[in-house]
Design a protein around this ligand. Structure first.
Ligand SMILES: NC(=O)C1=CN([C@@H]2O[C@H](COP(=O)(O)OP(=O)(O)OC[C@H]3O[C@@H](n4cnc5c(N)ncnc54)[C@H](OP(=O)(O)O)[C@@H]3O)[C@@H](O)[C@H]2O)C=CC1
Ligand SMILES: CC(=O)N[C@@H](CCC(=O)OP(=O)(O)O)C(=O)O
Length: 347
């Protein structure tokens, strides 16, 4: 069976990555590709790396163009997704790559995004371990509305969730500092993202607990821990186009043993097709580039009583488009790995 899929926001970075993944998915057929300012342009002019669909034209993002599809991916700015979602049929599977439907607490949404809360959809992170037992994947089957996680959030959550679920980490003492690539900021022109501002430099942003991913991180880690988790998060923009390298540290709980922690992570992740636990290497963004993989390493800093969990993802694959396809597979009852079992690009 083939599912007809539309991509809203197909001219952007996430839209382009969705197109790349859709083209190599055996059960998907590409339907409408929509845009805003780029409506009328050919995909070839915007995504020259996808010659198979170079002649396809972008159309306007509206109800008529998005109707009649089995699956619609929204790769749109925050708030725009929520508006477009209102026009889509209840029987269509809709996956929002933006933030509009990720948070459960309306006050957290309003505090960090400054607009009314649009609602909450099923959260698309299959590997998330839950304090109540099982993993988030069990909740995705047959869903029609899925909120795809934030990219920075994915790098932190998958790094710490098993240790929190096992009660081996103190959920109130988590610090995450991430090196993040420029494509995370999208394709729209921004003066502080000019090559001359970014190349040869690194700079922190969203400093002081104000980054909008903080409540989503805390929501996930609270679900993993079963008690309230709090996170100090600081991203650092580095001159790479793709990738997130997260250095996450957490104070250990009273009953901590590093050998037990390693067994907990093996138990949680050894059967996960997209998560690699490294024991004799450290994660790098280069090693996951273009893939849906997550690399994770564990170290115990006995001197300070903290565990350092390093994780690496490609923000446009496991950080968005790949995660969206993975959740789509689960929601449709397809093999979770369908269309996603490709390696990274190196060097
Ligand atoms: N980049 C990343 O690494 C990640 C991004 N996300 C989220 O995914 C979403 C897309 O991000 P990204 O691709 O990076 O962003 P881009 O800026 O690269 O692309 C945005 C897309 O939305 C379209 N668009 C903009 N305004 C409107 C509007 N008013 N109505 C309809 N369409 C509009 C643009 O069309 P046009 O070009 O024609 O103007 C373009 O196709 C965002 O919500 C982002 O936060 C999530 C995780 C990671
Ligand atoms: C470099 C850069 O700006 N990265 C973005 C990535 C976030 C993102 O795209 O996620 P949302 O879907 O939640 O918007 C940031 O840190 O805000």
């Amino acid at each position: 069976m083939s599912y007809r899929v539309a991509v809203a926001g197909a001219s952007g970075y996430v839209g382009g990555e969705l197109l790349r993944l859709i083209l190599q998915h055996p059960e998907l057929e590409l339907g409408a590709v929509t845009a805003n300012t780029n409506a009328g342009q050919s995909l070839g002019s915007l995504h020259p790396h996808l010659p198979a669909i170079a002649d396809r034209l972008l159309v306007e993002t509206n109800e008529a163009n998005l109707a009649g599809h089995d699956v619609v991916f929204l790769a749109l700015p925050h708030a725009t997704s929520a508006e477009v979602a209102k026009t889509l049929s209840d029987s269509t599977l809709v996956l929002d790559c933006g933030a509009d439907f990720r948070l459960e607490d309306p006050s957290a949404w309003e505090k960090f995004y400054g607009t009314p809360h649009a609602g909450t959809w099923t959260y698309g992170m299959p590997e998330l371990t839950l304090a109540e037992g099982g993993k988030q994947r069990g909740r995705l089957r047959d869903q029609k509305r899925v909120a795809v996680p934030g990219c920075n959030v994915t790098a932190l959550t998958l790094a710490l969730a098993p240790g929190l679920t096992a009660g081996l980490f103190d959920p109130t003492d988590i610090v995450s500092v991430m090196s993040v690539g420029t494509s995370g900021a999208g394709r729209a022109l921004k003066s502080d993202l000019l090559a001359s501002e970014v190349l040869g430099s690194a700079r922190a942003y969203g400093v002081g607990g104000v980054h909008r991913h903080t409540p989503e991180m805390e929501q996930n880690l609270t679900k993993a821990a079963g008690v309230r988790a709090s996170v100090s998060f600081t991203p650092v923009l580095v001159p790479i186009s793709r990738g997130i390298l997260a250095v996450n540290t957490v104070r250990v709980a009273d009953k901590f043993d590093f050998e037990t922690l390693k067994l907990v992570y093996q138990d949680a992740y050894s059967d996960e097709p997209f998560i690699q636990l490294l024991s004799d290497q450290l994660p790098t963004t280069a090693a996951v580039l273009g893939s849906n993989n997550v690399q994770i390493s564990l170290a115990f800093d006995q001197h300070t009583g903290r565990v350092v969990v390093v994780s690496a993802i490609d923000n446009l694959v496991k950080g968005t488009a790949g995660a969206a396809i993975q959740s789509m597979n689960l929601a449709l009852g397809l093999a979770e790995t369908s269309g996603l079992m490709f390696g990274a690009v190196a060097p």
